[in-house]
Design a protein around this ligand. Structure first.
Ligand code: DMJ
Length: 597
């Protein structure tokens, strides 16, 4: 916890270019920001020493420093500059939103107006706030914070239908992370900008009290998908089913809210979902993407790590990690479910592309039996009519499957660096297998960017395999070695400014300490800058990443500010900031502290 708040104190005042990476690391040791704890270990006071300037070597002394040292200094300042470029991008994104869409959920940067696609709770404001806190973007902290104080509670009591999952991960998660990062648990306002942190907590409780209805109105432990805020009612989705990932991706937020509010109801209701799923039949730990709140059973056989399946696996490991020292005992089932699922992934979902062997995670749209059923041949004439045989394995990788490398790496070392985990003898053979898979998949994710003309990944890619091939659908970058491995269909060529690959690069960089992940991230960041920046403010999605210049799509998603830019910023910065063994990021990149850390 201290790492986060100390960092915020530091960044809020230091000049953007004044500290090299090496120095930044020194901050931890030299406690640039100091706090005094009372006997209960709580912070009483903070003060800040003036930021130090980078060392200025007189020309005649330059020769006396060895090349290695010099190289380290240069590399350090290169990443400080790059990190500041990300902060600039964030401010540009926020200015567009503030100018044309303040208070709306999202900005339409081309038509210069706002749109409420998420129920009208000003989702971009809340999603962006903790990124601003982390970056020390004081004006944004102030503007977002004051908007929340003035408007959000009113909106919560008056607005209509919202989705339980989207509202929890973006709005509730954003409020809770802002509460923590601005010093709420220390009973102080560390930033001196925006409202008192308790405003964030009170607003979060107000919202969560209504969201709880999705759980308490359901006849089983599986919540309904939607809540109507103004009349405090909860509803099933039109087809009656909830998404597996949605019902299992609210626990980090509800647990933390119980911890800081002292009210156990939030955690109890949310955890019932995972306890219930624990006892349901699975396929080698893998689960179908729909579940019925009426029967409590899974529905259908579609198994994938993409949308509606993805963050189920992510939260198994993260909710377990969140328990800190208490994680063994009552919570061990989460780790067991995660491990079994990753074994299932390795056994059933991982394949290599041809000709160049990119490792990818595919799907089982017809369940585990589908691939062996003779009935499948019938379908060759349907959606798969162009294949010589129906693919046993669809070879498709969607936007959310690319979160997978990060989750696998985190699960392997539990947030420690690989080096530290090895030294402490903490890595089992299976952890090493998962880490290797994470690294292979991260490479694939990166190549999905490199293979296109714009350097930005499509929403969905397919991979050439023995059973599956389609020609003439490449990403447009003929210089890429993988242009024949990756297939991009016309309908899947858009890019929504999504974060998952950057998130994975960030986690892998933290864990392996391999600088190639930073370099890959920089390449992707530059492509975003080149093709998605809108001069009048904000960033746009793209219609087609395979053509130059790409056509734009009139939307800046909230997660661009909440996740994508935050992960870039952290990827290029000091590795001790928001350390992965002290924090878990919710699925919308809002960091929450691990218990007792
Ligand atoms: C975000 O809202 C979250 O990352 C969520 O888990 C999935 N979709 C988007 C980003 O792609």
């Amino acid at each position: 916890m201290i790492f986060g708040v100390a960092y915020l104190m530091f960044t809020h005042k230091s000049a953007p270019h004044s500290v090299s990476q090496g120095q930044a690391e020194g901050i931890k040791v030299n406690t640039e920001v100091e706090g005094i704890s009372d006997s209960s270990g709580r912070f009483k006071r903070f003060w800040r020493k003036p930021p130090r300037l980078p060392p200025q070597l007189p020309p005649d002394e330059k020769g006396s420093i060895d090349n290695h040292e010099l190289q380290k200094l240069n590399t350090g300042s290169k990443w400080v500059d790059r990190q500041q470029r990300v902060k600039k991008a964030f401010i540009h994104a926020w200015s567009g939103y503030k100018m044309y869409a303040m208070g709306y959920d999202e900005l339409m940067p081309l038509s210069q107006r706002g749109v409420d696609g998420l129920g009208g709770l000003g989702a971009t404001v809340v999603d962006a706030l903790d990124t601003a806190l982390i970056m020390g973007a004081e004006e944004v902290v102030s503007e977002a914070g004051l908007w929340i104080e003035a408007h959000l509670s009113d909106r919560i009591s008056k607005k209509g239908q919202v989705n339980l999952f989207e509202t929890t991960i973006r709005v509730l998660g954003g409020l809770l992370s802002a509460y923590h990062l601005s010093g709420g648990e220390q009973g102080t306002n560390l930033t001196h900008k925006g409202p008192k942190p308790t405003v964030y907590l009170e607003t979060a409780r107000n919202l969560a009290d209504r969201l709880l209805l999705a759980f308490t109105s359901s006849p089983t432990s599986i919540p309904f998908s939607d809540v109507v805020l103004h009349d405090s009612s909860a509803h099933r989705a039109p087809d009656g089913l909830s998404s597996t990932a949605e019902v299992s991706t609210v626990q980090l937020e509800f647990n933390y809210l119980s911890t800081v509010s002292g009210d156990p109801r939030y955690s109890i209701e949310a955890m019932k979902v995972l306890e219930h799923i624990k006892d349901l039949p699975k396929v080698e730990g893998l689960v179908p993407i729909y579940i019925s709140p009426d029967s409590g059973e899974f529905s259908g056989e579609n198994i994938r790590l993409g949308s509606r399946g993805d963050s189920y696996y992510e939260y198994l490991i993260k909710v377990w990690l969140q328990q800190g020292r208490n994680r063994d005992g009552n919570f061990t089932y989460l780790y067991d479910m995660y491990e079994e699922a990753m074994r299932g992934v390795r056994h059933l979902l991982v394949q290599k592309s041809i000709p160049n062997g990119l490792v990818f995670v595919g799907e089982l749209p017809y369940g585990p039996k589908g691939s062996f059923s003779p009935k499948m041949d019938h379908l060759v004439h349907g959606a798969f009519s162009r294949f010589s045989v129906k693919p046993l394995f669809s070879g498709r990788i969607g936007p959310r499957s690319v979160f997978c490398p990060g989750t696998l790496a985190l699960g392997a070392t539990k947030g420690l660096t690989k080096e530290k985990a090895m030294k402490k003898n903490l890595l089992k053979f299976e952890d090493l297998e998962n880490l290797k898979l994470a690294e292979d998949l991260a490479k694939t994710c990166f190549e999905m960017y490199s293979v296109t003309s714009t350097g930005l990944a499509p929403e969905i890619a397919y991979f050439h395999t023995e059973e599956y091939s389609e020609h003439g659908l490449d990403g447009g970058n003929k210089n890429s070695k993988f242009v024949n491995d990756i297939i991009i269909k016309h309908a899947d060529r858009h890019n929504l400014l999504r974060p998952e690959t950057v998130e994975s690069l960030f986690i892998l960089y933290r864990i392996t300490e391999d600088p190639k992940y930073q370099e890959w991230g920089w390449q992707i960041f530059e492509a975003f800058e080149k093709h998605t920046k809108v001069d009048s403010g904000g960033y746009s999605s793209l219609e087609d990443v395979t053509v130059l210049p790409p056509h734009r799509r009139d939307k800046m998603e909230t997660f661009f500010l909440g996740e994508t830019l935050k992960y870039f910023y952290l990827l290029f910065g000091d590795r001790s900031i928001i350390p992965l063994d002290k924090y878990v990021f919710n699925t919308e990149a809002h960091p929450l502290p691990i218990k007792g850390s």
